[in-house]
Design a protein. Structure first.
Length: 649
């Protein structure tokens, strides 16, 4: 069990002439967590950013906009010299911005041209089977041209009943019609067409036969598309060419922006500045040395006493071993510990995988998920993914161990089991289940543990495990309180819960064993402990007494969720093997189908085996365990600085 790193509160005071040098030195050390200054009646004010802040900000916005447009992703760093990057920054940035703007403008014009060509194509398509030049549709004084579509069918007999002077072109498939009639008959023909659901179509303004126009448009589309693809290829080549420049420039500008804007966070007067913040105690001398070296000893650096009010604002930095460090992801998901609290990362390094393994407990799924976690960890270089994969690996080690204890492999039992209904064969010949002792409700406690045949016993075991973890929580809570408020406070607030359990246990032994003396002793211990709790936590603690049993019973979800995984796996196995045994005449087809069912079923259960055990194991830590000793709410230690990857001084 560790505590957060010990922090030292420090203040740096100096003349404004050395402010930039001081800021540079603090940034380079990347160890000093700066506390934002809040203006008060002291006479000090928040200063203005340095003169280069606006220019740096504009360049940073531009470089990130270009990076986002090109789809730049972080890659293995090619480290470049900072001075070299700054020297070429303006010329390369302007050139890149100008080139991208030109090419994107051209692409936009070509895209608009493609949209226009597509609109022209849509206008032409209905007329494609009517081989008339579009110039033939217009320019008549005594003729009316109807061009459109009808819902019904239109033929010459319908029109000839109105007039013999007409010319009709139609396409039965698209229902398009083009009808030429004398203007004097146009009204009557229009009534006929309306009865047939006639809808006007726009006649393209350009002349030409539809098939020839379509061929021309498609040829033009191909040319425009080719130009667009060429421009996009040029942009992709820019991405390849400028990726290292963009990543290094972003880093340099981010650093310059941080430095230029720091005066907005510190106290200044007409001639002086004050920077207040925190640094790990082990690094305090490094900060002092760096500032003195940069300012030639002109800055005054001193440490301050941390009072109770300060303790609420101390930034928290974890202090765990490399093995326990991945569990910090679980802690941050809940809440970082306060500076005055124990950090339970090293405890949940054991308890979280333990609960996960108790729930899943299958050798097959442990191997699958373990290999998957190792593969993802190797393939994905992200610093955010690796800790999660390490946690998954820890959980699979636990799952593998409990898989041996449970004797399970992808839902199959490894050991044979003799039951009242006969022998349940196991996968490993000769491995017989050994009866160890009696369990609850007439069950037998065996090795390996067959969870499906000893449910009540497993519920009892998980409740006992829950009580053990809850009491570990009370002990940690006792340690937290005793460290800051004394032994008696810790005993009354947290120790009283353990004494209550002892009293209940003694009384229960007395009742079950028929020993009235033990019963009375247990009852007396219980009453005394309740009074201690009342004094330590007040009436709220007494009201929460029944919740202790609820918390313990909540651990029975370990067996409940575990059984659901077993039953899913067993059902998949039963379906797959029954398909093979169902009909020997179609053994080939059914064997393939059974393999598919087996793979898909266990793949689904593998996904569920990440989610369900993980969520329930997490809930047991957050709700039941942490509720007994942990409050959290600590502020993250965020030192002023930048971890360089793409540049160096």
């Amino acid at each position: 069990m560790s505590r957060p790193k010990e922090m030292t509160k420090a203040v740096i005071v100096g003349h404004k002439s050395i402010l930039k040098d001081t800021i540079d030195s603090l940034h380079d050390t990347n160890l000093f967590h700066i506390e934002d200054f809040v203006e008060d009646e002291s006479g000090f004010k928040i200063s203005k950013p340095f003169n280069n802040a606006e220019e740096v900000s504009k360049k940073l916005v531009k470089i990130r906009s270009i990076s986002n447009f090109l789809g730049i992703v972080k890659k293995e760093p090619v480290v470049q010299n900072t001075d070299s990057v700054l020297r070429d920054l303006d010329s390369k940035l302007n050139e890149l911005d100008r080139t991208i703007a030109t090419k994107t403008e051209s692409i936009a014009q070509l895209d608009n041209e493609l949209k226009d060509l597509d609109s022209q194509k849509k206008e032409i398509l209905p007329y494609l089977s009517i081989n008339l030049d579009f110039d033939d549709y217009r320019g008549y004084e005594n003729l009316k041209v109807f061009a459109g579509t009808v819902k019904g069918s239109l033929d010459g007999s319908q029109i000839s009943s109105i007039t013999k002077a007409y010319e009709l072109y139609s396409d039965p498939q698209s229902k398009a019609v083009v009808l030429f009639v004398a203007k004097k008959d146009a009204d009557k023909v229009s009534e006929l067409l309306q009865d047939l659901g006639f809808r006007d179509l726009r006649v393209p303004e350009r002349g030409g036969v539809p098939s020839e126009l379509l061929r021309f448009i498609e040829q033009k589309e191909a040319e425009v598309t080719k130009k667009t693809e060429s421009l996009r290829a040029d942009i992709e080549s820019l991405k390849v060419k400028y990726t290292d420049f963009i990543l290094s420039s972003d880093e340099v500008l981010s650093i310059e922006s941080q430095k230029a804007e720091l005066p907005l966070r510190i106290a200044t007067s007409a001639n002086a500045f004050i920077i207040e913040g925190w640094t790990p105690t082990e690094d305090y001398d490094k900060v002092v040395s760096a500032v003195n070296s940069a300012t030639n000893g002109k800055a005054y650096v001193t440490s301050l006493e941390i009072d109770e009010e300060d303790e609420e604002h101390v930034p928290v930095e974890y202090n765990n071993s490399k093995i326990a460090a991945p569990m910090q992801e679980i802690m941050d998901l809940y809440s970082r510990p306060k500076y005055t609290e124990l950090d339970p990362s090293s405890v949940i390094l054991f308890t979280f995988p333990l609960m996960y393994g108790l729930i899943l407990g299958d050798i097959g799924y442990a191997l699958i998920l373990g290999v998957l976690a190792l593969a993802v960890k190797k393939a994905v270089k992200s610093d955010a993914v690796k800790p999660l994969m390490n946690i998954l690996i820890y959980c699979q080690i636990s799952t593998f161990i409990f898989g041996i204890i449970y004797g399970e492999f992808l839902g199959f039992s490894l050991a044979s089991l003799h039951t009242a209904h006969g022998v349940v064969p196991g996968l490993i010949p000769g491995w017989e289940t050994i009866v160890l002792f009696g369990g609850l409700s007439g069950e037998e406690f065996t090795f390996p543990i067959h969870r499906t045949h000893m449910i009540m016993t497993m519920i009892g075991v998980t409740v006992i495990i829950g009580l053990l973890q809850l009491n570990l929580g009370f002990l940690l809570g006792f340690s937290n309180i005793a460290r800051h408020h004394g032994f008696m406070h810790g005993l009354l607030e947290k120790g009283s819960w353990i004494i209550i359990e002892v009293g209940v246990l003694i009384a229960a032994i007395g009742v079950l064993g028929g020993n009235s003396i033990l019963t009375y002793v247990g009852a007396a211990v219980f009453v005394i402990a309740v009074l201690m709790l009342l004094k330590g936590e007040g009436i709220q603690g007494v009201v929460e007494l029944p919740s202790l049993m609820g918390n313990a019973l909540s651990y029975s979800r370990i067996i409940a969720v575990g059984l659901s995984s077993i039953y899913i796996a067993s059902t998949v196995n039963d379906i797959a093997f029954k398909m093979i045994w169902a009909d020997h005449s179609q053994i080939g087809f059914l064997a393939i189908a059974a393999i598919i069912v087996f793979i898909l079923g266990h793949s689904l259960n593998t996904v569920l085996s990440i989610i369900a055990p993980g969520l329930h194991a997490l809930r047991l830590q957050y709700v039941e365990f942490f509720g007994k000793f942990y409050s959290g709410g600590g502020k993250k230690y965020n030192p002023f600085g930048y971890i360089r990857k793409y540049t160096e001084e």
